[in-house]
Design a protein around this ligand. Structure first.
Ligand SMILES: [Zn+2]
Length: 122
C-alpha cells in the first residue's frame, strides 16, 4: 500500500515527516486511510493540517467511492481545494434533487442522478 512519509503522535502533537510524491512534499498513508479511519492519513504540502479517513468521507458527503477518489487524487493540495477544482471543471456535480455528489467525469457521464433520478445539469 502507498505510504509517503510518516507521522508521529508526540503527546497529541503530530510531527509530520513529508516525502515527495507526484507534485509535492506530503504525508499520505493508504493503510491508515483504509483501515484506521480516525487516524491521520494525509497532510498537504503547504500546511500542517492533518486529515483522517473520516475527514475525507465527510468532505464527500459520506460517499465512500468519492472519498476514495479524492484520497487517491490529492498529491500536494488540501482535499477541499481538489474537490473544488473537480466541481469547478464539472468532474463532480452535486445533484440538485438530493444533494448527493455525482461523479460526472471518468467517462460515466450519467445524465440522471443514480440516487434520486433527477436529471443532471452541468
Ligand atoms: Zn439526486
Amino acid at each position: 500500500m502507498l505510504k509517503i512519509g510518516s507521522i508521529e503522535d508526540n503527546d497529541g502533537e503530530y510531527v509530520i515527516h513529508r516525502e515527495f510524491y507526484r507534485q509535492g512534499m506530503i504525508f499520505k498513508d493508504e493503510e491508515a486511510y483504509k483501515f484506521h479511519k480516525d487516524q491521520p492519513c494525509y497532510s498537504p504540502e503547504l500546511s500542517d493540517s492533518v486529515y483522517t479517513g473520516n475527514d475525507f468521507l465527510e468532505l464527500c458527503n459520506c460517499q465512500q467511492d468519492l472519498a476514495d477518489e479524492l484520497f487517491e487524487g490529492v498529491d500536494w493540495q488540501h482535499p477541499e481545494s481538489l474537490k473544488e477544482d473537480w466541481f469547478a471543471n464539472g468532474e463532480w456535480v452535486e445533484c440538485e434533487g438530493c444533494g448527493k455528489i455525482i461523479n460526472y467525469g471518468d467517462g460515466c457521464n450519467d445524465t440522471k442522478c443514480p440516487n434520486c433520478g433527477k436529471a443532471v445539469e452541468v
